[in-house]
Design a protein around this ligand. Structure first.
Ligand code: FAD
Ligand code: NAP
Length: 309
């Protein structure tokens, strides 16, 4: 019987483990289906984590987190949690292995995953020219032309990263104004080999047996359709939360969620179910920042101690 089970080993889950164990909980296990660190390990550049003066990659930022967070007894197991249920006061975690683990309190910190643009060719060419990770796949397009779809922080930052590797980067955004922070847009405007295709929708990703050969875009002003001759298309159009573990046998959610599936919490990261906490990108109104996810995790770790007392 675990005192506190943490699902997800990103900034939120790791920090929750640090605070819960350092605060005195003994039997705390973090379930992470991959390597700890979370989605930020896919970022090419972090410059807004307080105390981190040098601009670092996401991998570099997260390198020492697992070691520090496990220093006070947090245990880590590389396992996917498929479902969380509650029976009386006890939670049951059903793992991908089929095993069931019991816990007195649970934190769901499963973060978010890239949202698809839902255009023709996106699924067909995924992994064959379509990607959602510039740091992972950018190198394959060295000296080639690529397109980025999206206008938020991720699209703008990763377009700038790709511009260091690729010959030309087209950034295709559906409006005439970027959603990304002004600081990043300023950098984008100064990058000579990025061509901004504004007020255009992305219609289809085309290709052949060798992979992607182009992105068809349509002007929202003139309705003109053109094909950008690119070998890679990077899709950065936002994130979907990962809340499948909360879905019960009858299709309902274990706790209250909003229409986007984000978990409803109070300021203590408590959900509608006693003993169940949510932190980081998965919660309502998440600013989707590493520092905020870590803060949520700390709050949830402290909350779990109070709940168990
Ligand atoms: P995540 O980091 O998503 O971690 C969740 C973890 O849970 C993952 O490791 C996942 O494998 C695991 N998991 C999911 N489901 C299960 C399951 N069922 N069982 C077991 N494990 C599971 N933020 C900034 O502050 N500054 C930036 O510059 C910045 N740049 C970014 C650039 C990119 C390319 C991206 C993608 C994000 C960026 N962000 C940035 C946002 C930041 O990464 C997130 O807000 C933050 O990582 C959220 O942390 P989290 O712990 O909530 O979730
Ligand atoms: P985001 O902020 O939600 O932006 C998504 C972008 O994609 C928007 O520009 C949106 O257009 C566009 N879009 C959405 N659906 C689309 C579709 N179907 N087709 C074409 N375009 C579409 O997502 P994000 O950039 O991934 O960022 C997610 C969160 O992480 C944000 O909170 C962000 O601030 C944070 N983050 C922070 C940093 C940083 O701090 N440096 C870096 C990366 C991410 P509209 O603008 O028209 O809506």
């Amino acid at each position: 019987m675990l005192d506190f089970a943490i699902i997800g080993g990103g900034p939120a889950g790791l920090t929750a483990g640090l605070y819960a164990t350092r605060g005195g909980l003994n039997n705390v296990v973090m379930f992470e289906k991959g390597m700890p660190g979370g989605q930020i390990t896919q970022s090419s550049e972090i410059e807004n984590y307080p105390g981190q003066l040098d601009v670092v990659t996401g991998m570099e930022l997260m390198e020492k987190w697992p070691e520090q967070c496990q220093r006070f007894g947090l245990k880590h197991t590389m396992n996917e949690v498929e479902k969380i249920t509650k029976n009386g006061d006890i939670f049951n975690l059903i793992l991908g292995t089929g095993e069931t683990i019991e816990a007195k309190s649970v934190l769901i910190a499963t973060g978010s995953v890239p949202k698809p643009a839902n255009i023709n060719g996106e699924q067909k060419f995924f992994g064959k020219g379509v990607s959602t990770c510039a740091t992972c796949d950018g190198f394959f397009y060295r000296g080639k032309d690529v397109a980025v779809i999206g206008g938020g922080d991720t699209a703008v930052e990763e377009a700038i990263f790709l511009a260091n590797i690729c010959k030309t980067v087209y950034i295709v955004h559906r409006r005439d104004e970027f959603r990304a922070s002004p600081h990043e847009v300023e950098k984008l405007n100064k990058t000579k080999n990025i061509i901004q295709i504004l007020n255009h929708t992305s219609e289809e990703i085309v290709g052949d047996d060798s992979g992607v050969t182009g992105l068809i875009v349509k002007s929202k002003i003139t309705n003109e359709i053109k094909t950008l001759d690119v070998h890679g298309v990077f899709v950065f159009v936002g994130r979907n939360v990962l809340n499948q573990t909360l879905v019960q046998n009858d299709g309902s959610f274990l706790c209250d969620v909003n229409s986007s599936g984000e978990v409803i919490v109070d300021l203590n990261m408590k959900t509608s179910v006693p003993g169940l906490f949510a932190a980081g990108d998965i919660r309502i109104n998440a600013p989707k920042q590493v520092v905020c996810a870590a803060g949520d995790g700390a709050t949830a770790g402290i909350g779990a101690i109070a709940y168990l007392q």
